[in-house]
Design a protein around this ligand. Structure first.
Ligand code: MN
Length: 424
C-alpha cells in the first residue's frame, strides 16, 4: 500500500518537468555539506532532503517505528536492512510531506532551512557500503559483439551463454561515486604482434555502460533465492560505469576471467532509485530460446524500460553523445541473475551490488563500450570538436545518464561522471 506514490501528486518544491526526480521518484543517497558528518538523503527536483534532519524535527514520528537510529547513519545499509515494509513507508512519508497541499513543513521556515539543501551545495558520497560485488554479462548484443571480435564470428556466443546468466566476482573496494576521477591504470599487456609482455599505462581504456542493483535482504549460507521472490530482495538500482583496460584484460583473462583490467575503478551514480519507483516501466524481456531451466524460468514483465546514454567530453570541449541504449535489451533479468547467483547456496548480504554487464543494443550507435563502438579501434568515432576516439584519452570525461519515461512520468537516475587522469 505504500509502494505507490500517486501519479497526480505534485510537490510544493519547484520541479522542472524534465527533472529525473519528481515526487514519484524519492530516491535515496548520502551527502555531506561543508565537510560536516554525512547524512542519508532523498531528492526532489534539485533539492536534497536531509532525512536525519527530518527525523530530528519529528516528521517521521507518525510512522511509529521501533527504531529511528538508521536515519542518523552515515550510509544507507541500516535503512535498507529494515526491509521493504519500512523503506516503502519512509519513502511514502517523504512524498506526503512534500505534496503540494501538505503545509506541515512548507509553513515551517525554521525546519525547512535545516532539512532542504540545494544540490550544488552538497557533495554526494557512496550511498552504501558495498559488501560484495558481482558483474554479469547479460546483454546478448554485447556478448555477441565481443565473441565476433575475439573468437569466431560464426559461433560468437559460447555454448553456455543462453543457459546461464554468466558472471564473475569483482572487487568492491574500488567502487566509487560519480565525480571521483580515475587514474589510467598501468599493467602488463601483450599485443598480438609482440613476442613478450611489457609494462606501462593501458593504451585501450574503455567504459562499460551498465546498470547495477543493490540487495536489501540477506540469506544464510546454503539458502537459495527462488526466482518468483527474487525481486523482493532488490532494493534499488544505480548507473554503473565498469571502467575496463582492454589491453590488460586481453592478456590476463584466460583462464580465470577479468582481474586487473577491471578492478582499478568502477563508478556509480549517487542516487539509488527504488524498484518500486521503476515499477511503471517494467516490460517483458527478449524471448529466451532455448527454454531456460525451471529454476530460471519466470513469466511476465521483469525487465525495465530505461533509456541509457553515454557522452564523451574532451578537456575544455563540449560533450558528444556516443551511445544511446536501453536496459530493456538485457537477455537475462535481474530476477534471473539473483536466482542463478544463489542456486548453489551462495549467501547474499544487504548492500551487495550486482552489475548487469555492458548493455548494448541492436544498432551500431547503441553499443555500450568503445570497444564495440569503434569495433576494436577499426572505426574511430568523430567527436563534435573534430577529434577522433578509438578508446578513452587522458582527461576525457565519460558521462552516463539513465531515465525511464512513460506518458507524463519521468523517473531518472541523474548521471555518473568520471574524468580519466593520466597514469600516476
Ligand atoms: Mn562489466
Amino acid at each position: 500500500m505504500h509502494n505507490y506514490i500517486d501519479l497526480n501528486w505534485k510537490s510544493w518544491l519547484e520541479v522542472d518537468p524534465n527533472s529525473d526526480f519528481p515526487i514519484q521518484n524519492i530516491p535515496f543517497g548520502v551527502f555531506t555539506y561543508k565537510g560536516k558528518r554525512p547524512s542519508i538523503a532523498s531528492r526532489i527536483g534539485n533539492w536534497v532532503i536531509d532525512l536525519s534532519a527530518m527525523e530530528r524535527h519529528g516528521y517521521f514520528s507518525n510512522l511509529e517505528l521501533e527504531d529511528y537510529s538508521f536515519f542518523h547513519s552515515k550510509c544507507l545499509n541500516p535503512f535498507i536492512a529494515k526491509g521493504k515494509e519500512i523503506t516503502n513507508k519512509v519513502r511514502y512519508r517523504i512524498a506526503e510531506v512534500f505534496e503540494q497541499f501538505n503545509a506541515e513543513l512548507k509553513n515551517n521556515a525554521e525546519a525547512r532551512k535545516q532539512i532542504l539543501l540545494k544540490i550544488e551545495e552538497v557533495e554526494m558520497l557512496m550511498p552504501v557500503k558495498v559488501g560484495d560485488y558481482t558483474d554479469f554479462y547479460s546483454s546478448i548484443e554485447h556478448a555477441t559483439n565481443v565473441g565476433k571480435m575475439f573468437r569466431d564470428p560464426d559461433n560468437a556466443l559460447l555454448p553456455n551463454w543462453k543457459h546461464i546468466p554468466v558472471g564473475y566476482h569483482g572487487r568492491s573496494s574500488s567502487i566509487v561515486v560519480s565525480g571521483t576521477p580515475i587514474y589510467r591504470p598501468k599493467g602488463q599487456t601483450k599485443s598480438d604482434t609482440e613476442s613478450s609482455p611489457s609494462y606501462g599505462p593501458s593504451r585501450l581504456m574503455d567504459f562499460e555502460l551498465e546498470m547495477a542493483f543493490i540487495t536489501g535482504k540477506k540469506t544464510k549460507l546454503g539458502e537459495q533465492v527462488n526466482i518468483d521472490n527474487a525481486e523482493e530482495y532488490i532494493f534499488g538500482l544505480v548507473i554503473f560505469n565498469d571502467l575496463s583496460a582492454r589491453d590488460i584484460q586481453k592478456w590476463e583473462y584466460v583462464p580465470l576471467g577479468p582481474f586487473l583490467g577491471k578492478n582499478f575503478g568502477s563508478v556509480i551514480s549517487p542516487w539509488i532509485v527504488t524498484l518500486e519507483a521503476l515499477s511503471p516501466f517494467k516490460v517483458e524481456g527478449p524471448k529466451q530460446e532455448p527454454a531456460v531451466l525451471p529454476y530460471l524460468n519466470i513469466e511476465g514483465a521483469h525487465n525495465l524500460d530505461v533509456n541509457l546514454e553515454v557522452g564523451l567530453e574532451p578537456e575544455n570541449s563540449e560533450e558528444t553523445t556516443v551511445c544511446q541504449s536501453n536496459m530493456k535489451y538485457l537477455y537475462w533479468s535481474m530476477a534471473q541473475q539473483l536466482a542463478h547467483h544463489t542456486v548453489n547456496g551462495c549467501n547474499i548480504n544487504v548492500g551487495d551490488m550486482y552489475a548487469s554487464g555492458t548493455i548494448s543494443g541492436p544498432t551500431e550507435d547503441s553499443y555500450g563500450s568503445m570497444l564495440e563502438l569503434s569495433w576494436k579501434g577499426t572505426k574511430p568515432l568523430k567527436l563534435k570538436d573534430g577529434s577522433e576516439r578509438k578508446f578513452i584519452q587522458d582527461n576525457d570525461t565519460v558521462v552516463m545518464r539513465a531515465y525511464a519515461k512513460k506518458n507524463n512520468l519521468r523517473i531518472g537516475f541523474g548521471e555518473v561522471s568520471t574524468k580519466i587522469l593520466p597514469a600516476k
